[in-house]
Every structure is written in structure tokens, then in C-alpha cells.
Design a protein around this ligand. Structure first.
Ligand SMILES: *Cc1c(COP(=O)(O)O)cnc(C)c1O
Length: 414
């Protein structure tokens, strides 16, 4: 029996058909019968990725070997991928490059920001940030290169900036647990007022919701490539440098791929212009080819439409959860307004890990984070509204039966 107050998921999918069905077809379907809500851990595979890899291995590696460095785009990939993905994060083509991991890029860009902001040496970071982001800044401080000032939340930013000694504010745009999204424009303006630079981690917003790096005046940003952006397992990360900082300081790690003229083999390091100076060693060609299949899809996407569809999906999920799973001890963890949320909808449940394992056994792949967060990461292209309805039904059924109490769900999994 349909409650007239509930979202009509079939109708919402029908509304999206004309615009999104052609894009959905560019992704390979996942396992039959599985509802996948974990694009925030690893995004779905572009259908064209296997063919591209096969072609690269067979003709560019097996046949071409060394000549492929000259005959193909291997060396151009980091810049080309960056240029294609730039609109997804509200950046210009020349300001984004792809390479290394998110952790490594955070290190390089925070160090670069410290060089620019010297003699200031304070980094402001959030207490509950993703662990690797904190390890990176702790390591920089431990090496004597900066001083760390940890805040509990954005509300403490003003106070942290007040002494006028902050070099870098390093924040995750979206919290990996609660999905709470910072007001990027406001934070950038505040940091600027106090003479501090901003370094953003976009891992839980890039490819899910609209980001306007350039308009907000963000100084630096990095994003994971293998989550919503669908770059493949362990995909390289992308990073952004505001044009005013392109040539402001030497990169933190100087390598031949960041040299202005790599194959001149000069004794002296001359940094390349633009964000490419932060490239270090040889590009991961096969991984970049996989990412290229996703970048091709992103280049056909209207980011406003992506944002609107993500809003529709996540609002629908929240409405369904609240109407159908009421009274089972779950509550919405993150904000209710789309503008304050990232790629996932987070709920609190005391036994989050057991619940997620039980859900997985019923064909719904979500993820949990300690201590009590359940994350439903919705992909703005591939997720369908009817899947939300189906998943919430399965969730309600297992809550009703308290199936998560089963002994086999009580150990910890990744
Ligand atoms: C996924 C994620 C990372 C991943 O870092 P890698 O170095 O690419 O493994 C970093 N930061 C945040 C906030 C993440 O969500």
C-alpha cells in the first residue's frame, strides 16, 4: 500500500530517464540483485575501462614498449585528465592535474602553502578529520616544519585564526562520517581576511555535489579519484592550485616530472609552470587509462544536473528512512539540507557495523564507520530512486527481525 506522502520513486526515475539513462549506460552494471550504496568507498566501473586497458597493454606496452612514451599520450595524461575533470570541481582546465595519492598530494600542497605563507607556520586542522589527513599534518609538525592547531569544528575557526599567525587552514569539505559539508565560500573568505591559505580535501564531495573552487577563492584542493569520480581501485588523486599560486614557490617534492623540461636532463631543477610542478615521478599509465574512461563520462556531464539529481536521491532516502524505519533506534546523523551535505547520507545506529554486515547479506552494500555511523553513499549518475525504496524495505525488515543481532555480524570488517 503506497502512502501518498511518500516519494514516488518510479516516477522520479522516469523524470530522470531522458537525461541520465544515456549516462547510466556508460557504466558497467554491478552484480545482479545487489544494491550498491558505497560510491564513497569505491565508485562504479565505466563500461569502457576494460577495453581501454586491454588496448594499452596489447598495443602500447606489448608492441610499442619504449616508443609509446613518444607515440602516445602517456606523459600528457596527468594534465589531460586534470583538464577534463576540472569542471567537476568548479576549476579551470589549467589549474588541475592528476597524480599520486590523496595523502601524498595533501602533503605536497600543505607544504607548498607553508612555503608561500612563511614566516607563518601554523596549520589549522579538524579533530575528527579523516585519519590520513591528520597523520599528514602531524608528520609535518613532527618534522619541525609547522605547528598544529586542532579545532573541534568550524565554529572554532574564528578563534583559531584570531592571533593572525595561521599559514594554512586544511579541512575536509565533507566529513567522512556525518556527511556535514563546510560552507566553502565562507571559510575561504574568513581565512583570507586573516591572511591564511586554504587546502581542501574534496574526497566526499567531488563527483557527488557541485563544488565551486574558483568562485569561492579556494587556494588549494585535492580529491580522491576512486570514490564518486569512478577512477578505479587506487586511482591517482587530482589536485587544484589557484592560478595566483601556480608559480609562487618550489614544490615540496621536486622530481623530474615536475621539471620544466623533463627530457633535457638538466642538472638544475627548474619547476614547470602551473600545478604540474607538483608531479614527481613517472605517471601510473595503466591507472591513468582507467581513470580516462571515467573522465570521458564526466566531460559529458552537466554538473548542475548532477547536483540536482544527488539532492533528489538523498532527500528521497532521508524521507524513506524516516517514514519506514522510525522507532528502531536509528537517527539521521548529518544535516538535513542538501547544501550542507556531501555524497552520503549518514545515520546513527548503536551497532552500525553489525547492521551494515546484515544489510550486505541482504544485498545492500553500504559502509560503517566507528563508532556508530552507517553511510549510504549515493552516486548521482548510477543510483536509482527505486533502489532506495527497495533498500529501505530490506533495512526495515531486518530491523524488525533484529537480524543484526546474529553472532556472525559481531566481528569487525573493513
Ligand atoms: C578516501 C580518502 C582519502 C584517501 O587517501 P589516499 O591517500 O588516496 O588513500 C584521503 N582523505 C579522505 C578524506 C578520504 O575520504
Amino acid at each position: 500500500m503506497k502512502n501518498p506522502l511518500e516519494p514516488d520513486c518510479a516516477a522520479l526515475d522516469q523524470r530522470d530517464r531522458e537525461r541520465f539513462a544515456p549516462l547510466q549506460e556508460l557504466f558497467a552494471p554491478g552484480a545482479r540483485g545487489i544494491i550498491y550504496f558505497d560510491a564513497g568507498s569505491i565508485g562504479p566501473m565505466p563500461a569502457d575501462a576494460p577495453r581501454r586497458v586491454q588496448e594499452t597493454l596489447q598495443s602500447q606496452w606489448r608492441i610499442g614498449r619504449r616508443r609509446s612514451w613518444n607515440d602516445t599520450d602517456w606523459l600528457e595524461q596527468p594534465r589531460r585528465l586534470g583538464a577534463r575533470l576540472a569542471p567537476v570541481i568548479g576549476a579551470s582546465a589549467d589549474d588541475v592535474v592528476v597524480g599520486d595519492s590523496t595523502s601524498v598530494n595533501l602533503y605536497k600542497l600543505i607544504r607548498n602553502a607553508l612555503s608561500i605563507a612563511a614566516p607563518r607556520r601554523v596549520i589549522v586542522a579538524e579533530r575528527d578529520a579523516f585519519p590520513t589527513d591528520l597523520y599528514v599534518v602531524e608528520g609535518i609538525a613532527e618534522a619541525g616544519l609547522a605547528e598544529l592547531r586542532v579545532i573541534a569544528n568550524a565554529g572554532e575557526l574564528n578563534q583559531a585564526l584570531a592571533p593572525g599567525d595561521v599559514a594554512v587552514v586544511a579541512l575536509s569539505h565533507v566529513d567522512y562520517r556525518s556527511s556535514e559539508r563546510h560552507d566553502m565560500r565562507a571559510v575561504c573568505a574568513l581565512a583570507r581576511t586573516h591572511g591564511a591559505l586554504t587546502v581542501w580535501d574534496l574526497s566526499h564531495s567531488a563527483g557527488a555535489v557541485r563544488i565551486e573552487l574558483r568562485e569561492c577563492g579556494a587556494d588549494f584542493a585535492v580529491s580522491c579519484g576512486y570514490k564518486y569520480l569512478c577512477g578505479g581501485p587506487g586511482a591517482p588523486s587530482l589536485f587544484y592550485v589557484h592560478p595566483k599560486w601556480h608559480d609562487a614557490a618550489w614544490p615540496a617534492i621536486c622530481g623530474w616530472m615536475g621539471h620544466a623540461d623533463t627530457f633535457a636532463f638538466r642538472r638544475q631543477f627548474t619547476p614547470a609552470t602551473g600545478p604540474a610542478r607538483h608531479l614527481v615521478g613517472s605517471p601510473p599509465v595503466v591507472a591513468n587509462v582507467v581513470f580516462g574512461a571515467a573522465a570521458e563520462i564526466w566531460s559529458r556531464v552537466d554538473i548542475e544536473a548532477i547536483d540536482a539529481r544527488h539532492r533528489s536521491l538523498s532527500d528521497t532516502l532521508i524521507a524513506l528512512l524516516e517514514r519506514r524505519c522510525h522507532g528502531f533506534g536509528i537517527e539521521l546523523q548529518g544535516p538535513r539540507e542538501h547544501e550542507r551535505r556531501g555524497g552520503h547520507v549518514a545515520i546513527r545506529f548503536e551497532r552500525a557495523s553489525a547492521l551494515v554486515q546484515a544489510l550486505c547479506d541482504r544485498g545492500v552494500v553500504a559502509s560503517s564507520r566507528e563508532p556508530d555511523t552507517v553511510r549510504f553513499s549515493l552516486h548521482p549518475i548510477t543510483t536509482r530512486h527505486v533502489e532506495l525504496e527497495d533498500a529501505v524495505e530490506r533495512l526495515r525488515d531486518l530491523l524488525d527481525k533484529a537480524a543484526w543481532r546474529d553472532a556472525r555480524y559481531q566481528h569487525h570488517v573493513v
